[in-house]
Each structure stands twice: as structure tokens, then as C-alpha cells.
Design a protein around this ligand. Structure first.
Ligand SMILES: Nc1nc2c(ncn2[C@@H]2O[C@H](COP(=O)(O)OP(=O)(O)OP(=O)(O)O)[C@@H](O)[C@H]2O)c(=O)[nH]1
Ligand SMILES: [Mg+2]
Length: 328
């Protein structure tokens, strides 16, 4: 489907295929796939079919704007008689989706010149920030990098513990203070400590909910400012974590966070259990921000780089990735 295993993975191709297969099957379970192959099998292309296609796209949260854009392109090709049967139509849809997604498929590159390479993780409560941090910690340590986590969500005591558990599981170090401490102070301390230890990657967790949304944005701005004071180039990445289940709300969140703290990359989580995966297309078209990773479950391995072609194929159905079955 839409993930890519780390390039450094020893078993390379085989691992990637295994991941793609799981992603594709996950999509099938979550009904994320538009399921067009089944819907359209044996039919001819007419107005009714095109209307059904439009409904499918809207139901999957592709959004009005992106849906209209995709359909306009298909109508043009139909008028030119380039698409004579449903297979050709699904193929054209897949290509259209891939063209929207491809510019956003930009992997996160850790520049070793920055020690630590600092990642600030933001997003609303429950979107999957802390879990994503755990997955990133696992990924980076598997690549042979040293990792430090900063417990910048001081709003909930449980958040600090949760991050500590991930640090233990992944062999990362963790800098934390008591609940209620100033998150900017925690993150600043962590930066000093990571620098002293020559840690490769520092990942800062943040709260998803405060007394109000404006409190949250002010706090995040302060954390960012303080990091910047410690290292004029930090944070090197501001990663916004979005829950795909939130559909069009995820889009609104992205706009808001981007305005407040300047997002440089996205992680889209919970694509394993949603029928709303089309939101990825809406986000790509509306924001054009790099999509760094996707999450398809709660475990460290349920995570991969975003792959536009694989995602489009899994969503549109019809075609086969080599060695990967389409969702049943
Ligand atoms: N199915 C599924 N569950 C996920 C995924 N990512 C995270 N979760 C679950 O979503 C829930 C919330 O995840 P957290 O990582 O705690 O979210 P958070 O953004 O840190 O939440 P706050 O700390 O409250 O702001 C947990 O139960 C996670 O296990 C995913 O990709 N798929
Ligand atoms: Mg959290």
C-alpha cells in the first residue's frame, strides 16, 4: 500500500513487500480502499457509474475540491475517448491520485551535521503523537542512531510515564520533569543534555490538550522559541501528527497548527482502521506539506514512509503491486 520500509533494512525488498502486503490488507479491513474493482466490475462507463465514483470519493473524505479536480480530469479523458472500459477508468483514477500525492512523498532526512537533529512533535490530543515518537525512536535506533526523548507534555502525569515506557522499549534516553513543569524548560534541558552527549536525534513530545486551544498554540510557540534559542537552526523538523479518522477536521487542524508553529512534515496515523483514508488526498492537495510517515497500528512496526504510488494503488484498487494482493 503506501508505506516504505527503511532503506537500510537488511532484508530490503522482502521486508518492503511484507509491509506493503500488511498495509494493503489493513486498508481492506478498514474499508479505506474505494473498492472500485468490485463496484464497477463488468459495467460500462456511464453517468450513473461516474456518480457512484463521486460518492465513493466523497465518502472516503477525499473532499469536494479534490474530488471535483479528479473527476474533471477523468471527464476530459473520457471526452477524448481515452478511457474505454472500467479498468482504464480505475487506472486513470489511480494515476490522478498518485499525481496529487507524489509531491508530498518526501521522506524525512536526518542531517548528521546537526547534533542533535531536533524534531518537535505536535498535534491534538489522541492523534498519536507519543506512539509516533516511540515508533520513530525504534526506527532511528534500528538505523544505529542515538535517540533522546523529551517529555514536553507535562499536562498529564501519565504522558510522562507513557514516554518513559517507549524510551525503555527502544533504548532511547528520556529527559522529563514533574507534571505541571514548564514544557519549554523541559525541552531546553533536553537539548542541552543531548548536545553534551552528542546524541544524534532529539524528539520532543508535546501536549495535545490544554485549558484551551489558544493556550496550546502559545505553549507550542514558546517551546519552539526556546529550542531556537538553544540552537538557531532547531527545531529541524516540526512534525504534525494527524489522525486519519478525523477526516476533514484533520485538514482544519493542519491549517491551524501550520499557522501557529510552521509545520515541516506530517504523520498520518490510524490508517488501519478507517474508511476515511481519502483525507490524505485532500491534505496533499490543499496543503502540499511533506507527508513523512504513516501509521497503521499501535506497534513500532506498524509504521512506514509514505509511498504515493503504493497508496494510490491500494486506494483505487484494480492494479497489483508485485507480490501484493489487493484487499479482499
Ligand atoms: N490503530 C491505531 N492506533 C494508533 C495508531 N497510532 C496511535 N494509536 C493509538 O491511539 C491512541 C492515542 O495515541 P497517543 O500516542 O497516546 O496519542 P497522543 O497524541 O500522544 O495523545 P495525547 O498525549 O493525549 O495528546 C493510543 O491508544 C494509541 O495506541 C495507529 O496508527 N493505529
Ligand atoms: Mg501523548
Amino acid at each position: 500500500m503506501f508505506g516504505r520500509e527503511p532503506k537500510e533494512a537488511p532484508a530490503g525488498g522482502t521486508q518492503r513487500q511484507g509491509f506493503l502486503k500488511r498495509l494493503t490488507q489493513g486498508l481492506g479491513r478498514g474499508k479505506l480502499s474505494f473498492d472500485l474493482a468490485n463496484l464497477f466490475r463488468g459495467r460500462r462507463i456511464d453517468d450513473e457509474l461516474l456518480e457512484e465514483l463521486e460518492t465513493r470519493l466523497l465518502t472516503a473524505d477525499v473532499g469536494v475540491e479534490a474530488t471535483e479536480f479528479i473527476l474533471a480530469g477523468l471527464h476530459k479523458r473520457l471526452a477524448r475517448k481515452e478511457l474505454t472500459d472500467v479498468d482504464a477508468l480505475i487506472g486513470a483514477l489511480r494515476t490522478a491520485v498518485e499525481e496529487i500525492l507524489a509531491p508530498c512523498a518526501q521522506p524525512l532526512r536526518i542531517d548528521p551535521a546537526h547534533k542533535p537533529f531536533t524534531i518537535l512533535v505536535v498535534g491534538v490530543n489522541g492523534s498519536g503523537k507519543t506512539t509516533t515518537i516511540g515508533k520513530l525512536a525504534r526506527r532511528f535506533s534500528d538505523e544505529g542512531r542515538s535517540v533522546m526523548l523529551a517529555a514536553g507534555d507535562t499536562f498529564r502525569a501519565a504522558a510522562i510515564e507513557q514516554l518513559g515506557v517507549w524510551a525503555e522499549r527502544t533504548g532511547a534516553s528520556c529527559v522529563a520533569q514533574h507534571a505541571g513543569a514548564d514544557p519549554a524548560a523541559v525541552v531546553f534541558d533536553a537539548l542541552q543534555s543531548a548536545r553534551a552527549r552528542r546524541t544524534d536525534v532529539l524528539i520532543a513530545d508535546t501536549a495535545g490538550r490544554l485549558h484551551s486551544q489558544s493556550h496550546l498554540m502559545e505553549e507550542l510557540k514558546k517551546v519552539k522559541r526556546v529550542l531556537h534559542r538553544g540552537d538557531p537552526q532547531a527545531p529541524h523538523e516540526v512534525l504534525l501528527v494527524l489522525d486519519a479518522n478525523q477526516g476533514q477536521n484533520a485538514l482544519a487542524q493542519a491549517v491551524q497548527f501550520h499557522e501557529a508553529v510552521g509545520v515541516s512534515g506530517l504523520v498520518i496515523t490510524k490508517l488501519d482502521g478507517t474508511a476515511k483514508g481519502g483525507i490524505v488526498i485532500a491534505i496533499a492537495r490543499r496543503l502540499g506539506l511533506p507527508i513523512r510517515f504513516i501509521g497503521i497500528g499501535e506497534q513500532p512496526g506498524d509504521f512506514g514512509e509514505f509511498d504515493a504510488q503504493a497508496f494510490a494503488t491500494a486506494l483505487a484498487g484494480g492494479a497489483r503491486l508485485e507480490g501484493v494482493e489487493a484487499p479482499a
